[in-house]
Design a protein around this ligand. Structure first.
Ligand code: ACO
Length: 324
């Protein structure tokens, strides 16, 4: 028995932050950002929006596409590292907002791998008896960015993507998902403050510990290596070669990472879905946003082999192969 994605949905806030806007905020340039990252603009939440608001909108669209009612959901998993607050979970807030009265709900933090990790849980739960699981990747990265730090503030954006997972008919659906973690490199990408190690205080705020700190250069190298490994693992496990892949939906951090991965795999970049030019790095939301765009535009069709691969803070990395 397999699970499959029954419907996808996405939502990004209206407000656009361009590279030209960033030029007025920090010592950077449109040409540097485009050349080094591929990002032209990103979406930023409005003042009254938090993670659950974005998640809810993506969820409602995915449910409509899947033809599933919120009241039919058994479980909601929100992959996020920027939930509305530490307690309660953002998934519980979404559960209430969409009226999923029967659903259990929890958040999962695997940073940029949050969606693929959550999809793995949904797959396992459906295989062991649940009927419908809603998986959301939703982030308000703008809330943990130091807008005076040019090393990080040009990279990230806000958004949410969602899928409804249910039973597959026949052999199609999620073929496998592979998850990895390595805390050895936890210092490469971190938000040190606001948790139990450094609870929020005047000192942590002065030290800006509530913001993302990243060793970009080292992260870049690990990202290329782990993405390539993750892709090779899922293809080998399923007895497929890279030529069999119709559409590649990777985590969107940097166009140079995607180009390097494509080159190492000898995979044409044209078959890779790219949204980072318009949305930046939306962490756990990046894959479901790209997936929804590819489905809506007809780029992913029934029977296609769709490859997902992600990496992120933790470190975490993950991959999946889906027969759509
Ligand atoms: N504008 C202009 N100059 C800049 C900017 C900027 N926005 N940011 C950095 N620079 C400067 C640096 O200060 C440095 O200057 P120096 O040589 O005088 O010291 C120079 O540009 C080169 O800096 P590098 O860090 O070496 O630049 P690099 O080519 O590595 O690009 C980048 C930086 C874009 C961050 C890249 O390393 C990257 O994308 N890394 C991966 C990040 C990533 O994938 N994160 C994903 C995980 S996020 C998560 O899990 C939540």
């Amino acid at each position: 028995m397999r699970s499959r994605i029954l419907g996808t949905g996405a939502y990004v806030p209206d407000r656009i932050l361009t590279n030209a806007d960033l030029e007025k905020m920090v010592d950077t340039s449109d040409s540097w950002i485009i050349e080094r990252t591929g990002i032209r603009e990103r979406r930023i939440v409005g003042q009254d929006q938090a993670c659950s608001d974005l998640a809810m909108k993506a969820a409602e669209k995915a449910l409509a596409k899947a033809g599933v009612l919120a009241s039919q959901l058994d479980l909601i998993i929100v992959g996020t590292c920027t939930g509305d607050s530490p307690l309660p979970s953002t998934a519980c807030l979404v559960q209430q907002k969409i009226g999923a009265t029967r659903a259990a709900a929890f958040d999962l933090n695997a940073a940029c791998c949050g969606f693929v990790y959550s999809l793995a849980l949904a797959d396992a739960y459906v295989k062991t008896g649940l009927q419908y699981v809603l998986v959301i990747g939703a982030e308000v990265m703008s809330s943990i960015i130091d807008w005076t730090d040019r090393n990080t503030c040009v990279l990230f954006g806000d958004g949410a993507g969602a899928v409804v997972v249910g039973k597959a008919e026949g052999d199609d659906g999620i073929l496998s998902i592979h998850l990895h973690g390595d805390g050895e490199h936890s210092e490469l990408i971190q938000v040190p403050g606001g948790g139990s190690r450094f609870p929020a205080s005047e000192q942590t705020l002065n030290d800006k510990l509530q913001f993302v700190q990243m060793k970009g250069n080292e992260t870049f190298k690990v990202a290329v290596k782990t993405m390539e490994e993750a892709v090779r693992e899922v293809l080998t496990f399923n007895g497929h070669s890279i030529e069999d892949v119709d559409v590649f939906v990777p985590h969107q951090a940097n166009i140079r990472i995607l180009k390097a991965v494509a080159q190492r795999l000898k995979f044409p970049l044209e078959k890779t879905v790219i949204n980072l030019d318009r949305l930046g790095n939306t962490s756990a939301a990046s894959i479901p946003l790209a997936l929804d765009e590819a489905v809506a535009s007809g780029r992913i069709r029934c029977g296609d082999y769709v490859l997902l691969a992600a990496f992120g803070a933790g470190l975490t990395w993950a991959s999946s192969l889906i027969r759509w």
